[in-house]
Design a protein around this ligand. Structure first.
Ligand code: 13P
Ligand code: 13P
Ligand code: MG
Ligand code: MG
Ligand code: MG
Ligand code: MG
Length: 386
């Protein structure tokens, strides 16, 4: 059977700061999805949250970018935001950048990860949902899952995975995508996705048969809104087993709490900490950036599960290391490389400060009575080195 899995998420306001979704807002969203299920728009759904992000996990047979499904999600967020307003929750309606819905939720603020699949006899999936970071945060773990045999031995020993996977990479600054094949084009792939603020893995397909294996919500809110409106807090859906990464290979990719952009005011690098649903609340310095993983089986469109994948002592060391890294990074205070690089800060309030100080900058040449500043002589024609 052809089933579509749609994970659509938004921050519609949260309790005590950018901390955690309030249960009443989840209940309001749940009511909308229950109605859509009764009307036959959805087959099944599961509602959860990571930090201040409300997550709608939905299944149906209507395909990707379906106006009815997107409208359902939009209405669920609107209702939840109303409750958030009534309760005086912080930043009510934060990610709902538009007042009106016009057939497609993309570009309106919420993040969207959708895949239409032909259900296998057993269709295990994992949904990874992050708070206080951006879509490129999944570049490294998805690379490890689908291209790194040190993470995924199936790439070497499972003949059905041995021909590798292809990665659709989106340039979020130019709105262009390129598809690169691993392992043949590994180094080209890494050259791009090593710049995760710009090049984001969007989809992954199996080389043998083009089977869709993973999708990522690629919305970058500040690039859409043109100003800082919170972090994107992305999700990814990963299909598992049977010629795809085993569940344990997918999870292994998160055993290393790599540094991701986000955290406090969306402006700091911090470790991505895998946590249980219970610990999916942003606290220290509005983080550290957190990741929840839920495991399901999809059967005739029904969501069987979930299992709370990081609710497990096997990830205690990853969390401990994340805390050590958090201490280390925090001690840099407002200095890079804890604070993000200037290009990424363009969408924060920092440009306002630069603008304010502009009249107070004096020409270095005037100050030192030289003909020109040593820094404006232009590029010398020196040799280039590696
Ligand atoms: P089981 O024998 O427990 O099914 O394990 C199979 C496997 O391949 C684990 O990675
Ligand atoms: P959110 O995108 O999770 O709302 O984060 C906003 C923020 O600025 C946290 O400090
Ligand atoms: Mg928020
Ligand atoms: Mg958030
Ligand atoms: Mg956000
Ligand atoms: Mg088994």
């Amino acid at each position: 059977m052809r089933t579509t899995i749609s994970v659509i998420k938004a921050d519609i306001g949260s309790l005590a700061g950018h901390h955690v979704v309030h249960p009443d807002t989840m209940a309001a969203a749940s009511k909308v999805l229950a109605e859509a299920k009764a009307q036959g728009i959805l087959i099944d759904y599961y509602i959860t949250h990571v930090g201040d992000d409300l997550q709608l996990i939905m299944t149906h047979t209507r395909g990707e970018l379906d106006p009815k499904v997107h409208e359902t999600a939009w209405n669920a967020f609107k209702k939840a935001a109303e409750v958030a307003r009534d309760l005086g929750l912080y930043a009510a309606g934060q990610d709902l950048l538009s007042d009106s819905f016009s057939g497609n939720i993309r570009g309106l603020g919420p993040g969207v990860a959708e895949m239409e699949i032909e259900e296998r006899v057993s269709e295990p999936i994992a949904i990874f949902m992050a708070d206080k970071t951006e879509p490129g945060a999944f570049n490294l773990p998805l690379y490890k899952m689908f291209a790194d045999p040190f993470n995924t031995p199936g790439l070497v020993i499972d003949p059905t995975m041995h021909n590798g996977f292809k990665f659709e990479v989106l340039d979020v600054y130019e709105g262009e995508a390129v598809t690169l094949t691993a392992p043949q084009e590994l180094y080209d792939l890494l050259a791009l996705i090593g710049t995760p603020a710009r090049y984001v893995i969007r989809r992954i397909y199996r080389n043998d048969d083009n089977l869709l294996a993973a999708v990522v919500a690629i919305e970058r809110l500040n690039l859409i809104a043109g100003k800082y409106v919170g972090k994107d807090d992305p999700v990814t859906i990963v299909r598992l087993q049977h010629g795809l990464p085993a569940l344990g290979e997918a999870l292994e990719a998160f055993s290393f709490p790599h540094l991701v952009p986000g955290w406090m005011r969306g402006s700091h690098y911090g470790p991505l900490m895998p946590v249980s649903q219970r610990d999916a609340r942003a606290t220290r310095f509005d983080g550290p950036p957190r990741l929840v993983g839920l495991g399901f089986n999809v059967k005739n469109g029904k969501l069987v599960g979930p299992s709370d994948l990081f609710d497990d002592p096997a990830f205690d060391e990853a969390r401990r290391l994340a805390n050590v890294i958090a201490d280390y990074m925090r001690r840099h205070g407002p200095f890079m490389p804890h604070r993000l690089e200037p290009t990424e800060m363009e969408y924060t309030t920092l440009p306002l400060i630069q603008e304010k100080l502009r009249p107070r900058f004096k020409k270095e040449a005037d100050m030192y009575k030289t003909k020109e500043s040593i820094y404006t002589k232009g590029k010398s024609s020196g040799e280039t080195h590696d």
